[in-house]
Design a protein around this ligand. Structure first.
Ligand code: ATP
Ligand code: MG
Ligand code: MG
Length: 549
């Protein structure tokens, strides 16, 4: 799969042609502070995809410079997700492996008079930084001597100060029109245990300082990131230059992926998990890679979706129906068709011999005949869908109603003769008759019916659970009312759990198997809740689509 022409590809091509680089090296640099989401898939697709097109390499590098938020659980899930998406990294790297080198580079900055230890508090630093229209103010500690700075920085490293007591700042320009260059903080104190380095460090480099050094150490040629880092590019270049890195990576920005009705931030997704709005990072309603996997979305569908997105600077929200479209496209020929009744209504076929069960042949995928056929039982008692019957139907209702005849998929025509109700007047059973002549595949052309219903034979049907999903968040794209957070927009009806029945030949389904249930859509066998007694099916997408490419 090759991406169309785009501005990043053009830069890489030119760099190879002019000899600026003799290979392309990219990296995917997640911070292990949460699970990956579909937005990360775009970044993975671009980093791995572009390097691959030029015969280059991509590293998976954990940007693990903040021990307060990071965890090995996230490291492991990220590795699993990248592999599942179908990518192979060249090297598995950790920014924390370069802490010593970063420290040395910071010492170099101090020696060059380009960094100083500041005692101002975080609030004061923010206040002194100024605004877009107003220049910043210099810290009273800005002109400490090199000697003093070296001593204090070492004391910071040795744990002589508490959290927040001191920081190391780059000495650049407090009047710069780019606020990022107004003496950014490059090291802070955090007495915290790190998942990789344990308690070895109590000072940690800030992203803006660490990231360019990481890229340069690894010989990354093109450091791709999202557009919110555009204003940090001058700082990125400053760090590479002033730290005297041997290699010079180039930062290039592309547009962040946003999807309608979808939360796309690890911080917010973590809140949904921590506050138990969902049953974990892999809840099928989550836009995480693990959630999409558990719902049943395939890596192929995600990659095709990313291919369609392409690379642009814009970040307007993409319609969530677009991903659904690629799911249907991918599963169309792969997923076997089957029948499942979500809300069962018993039907007794009164003129069908009692005790008789016949086997009917059903094709597994009419669009892919190679998938063959299966045998399904039919007898005097079956289940149909409750909503496929109406006692007093409106016009153009072609399903069952008293006196009407419909086709049962793969079986016979049946006609509704009698409606059985309980004491409260609820319909609990239908009595129908069937016409032997109308058997599916017999070539019967005697008369036509307009409705075709799915069904399962009652005595052999397997109980199954169906889980249907709606967006987790309603109106995410709308302006939020004052004082409200996105948690106020959590959709209380995002999960519907239904007990129904499936065909008996589905008894050996395995977690992550995918099917198309006739008329209901594509479903995935849930790996978490499925038991040997009862499979649980997550609906991936319904069959209808309003989405047009
Ligand atoms: P979040 O705000 O969700 O935590 P992040 O950008 O902080 O995202 P990182 O772990 O730093 O997450 O991301 C690793 C890479 O993935 C970065 O290069 C980042 O730009 C990219 N990325 C993250 N979210 C998106 C998105 N929505 N669209 C495209 N790329 C993204
Ligand atoms: Mg980040
Ligand atoms: Mg983040």
């Amino acid at each position: 799969m090759e991406m169309g022409s785009n501005f990043i590809k053009n830069i890489m091509k030119e760099d190879l042609e002019t000899g600026k680089h003799d290979t392309v090296i990219t990296r995917f640099p997640p911070e292990p502070n949460g699970y990956l989401h579909i937005g990360h898939a775009k970044s993975i697709f671009i980093n791995f995809g572009l390097a691959d097109e030029f015969g280059g390499k991509t590293n998976l590098r954990f940007d693990d410079t903040n021990p307060l938020k990071e965890d090995i659980e996230y490291v492991n899930s990220i590795k699993e997700d990248v592999e599942w998406l179908g990518y192979e990294w060249e090297n598995l790297l950790f920014a924390s492996d370069y802490f010593e080198e970063m420290y040395n580079r910071a010492v170099l900055l101090i020696k060059k008079g380009l960094a100083y230890v500041d005692d101002l508090s975080a609030d004061e630093i923010r206040e002194y930084r100024g605004t877009l229209t107003e220049p910043g103010k210099e810290s009273p500690y800005r002109n400490r001597t090199v000697e003093e700075n070296l001593q204090l920085f070492e004391a910071m490293r040795n744990g002589e100060f508490g959290n927040g007591e001191k920081v190391l700042r780059a000495k650049i320009d407090m009047a710069s029109p780019n606020i990022n260059l107004r003496d950014p903080v490059i090291y802070r104190i955090a007495h915290a245990t790190h998942h990789n380095t344990g308690d070895k460090w109590c000072i940690y480099p800030m992203y803006a300082f660490a990231h360019p050094i990481e890229d340069a150490i690894e010989g990354v040629t093109h450091s791709l990131c999202t557009t919110e880092f555009e204003d940090q590019r001058p700082l990125y270049d400053w760090v590479v230059r002033e730290c005297e890195m041997e290699s010079t990576p180039q930062q290039i920005e592309f547009g962040r992926l946003n999807i309608t009705n979808t939360v796309m931030s690890k911080r917010k997704l973590k809140l949904l998990v921590d506050e138990n709005y969902v049953d974990g990072w892999d809840d099928p309603r989550m836009p995480t890679i693990s959630g999409l996997r558990r719902k049943g979305v395939t890596p192929e569908a995600i990659r095709n979706f990313c291919m369609e997105l392409g690379i642009s600077k814009g970040s307007g929200a993409v319609d969530s129906a677009m991903l659904d479209h690629f799911v249907r496209e991918d599963l169309k020929l792969k997923a076997p068709r089957t029948m499942g009744v979500l809300n069962p209504l018993k039907v007794v076929i009164t003129n069908y011999p009692e005790g008789q069960v016949e086997m009917l042949e059903a094709e597994n995928n009419p669009e892919n005949p190679e998938m063959g056929t299966r045998q399904i039982p039919f007898s005097r008692e079956i289940y149909i869908e409750q909503e496929d019957f109406m006692e007093n139907p409106p016009k153009k209702y072609f399903r069952l109603f008293p006196g009407n005849e419909v086709r049962l998929k793969h079986a016979y025509f049946i006609k509704c003769e009698e409606v059985i109700k309980d004491e409260e007047g609820n319909v609990i059973e239908l009595h129908c008759t069937y016409d032997k002549e109308t058997k599916s595949g017999s070539g019967f052309t005697g008369r036509k019916v307009k409705g075709t219903l799915h069904w399962v034979e009652a005595s052999q049907a397997i109980p199954a659970e169906f889980r249907l999903f709606e967006p987790l968040i309603t109106d995410e794209d709308e302006e939020m009312e004052e004082g409200k957070t996105f948690l106020d927009y959590v959709n209380p009806n995002s999960l519907e759990v239904i007990q129904g029945f499936i065909e008996p030949n589905m008894k050996d389904v395995k977690p992550q198997d995918k099917f198309q249930f006739f008329r209901h859509g594509y479903f995935n066998v849930d790996p978490k809740y499925t038991t040997s007694e009862k499979p649980v099916f997550n609906r991936i997408v319904s069959l209808k689509s309003s989405f047009k490419l």
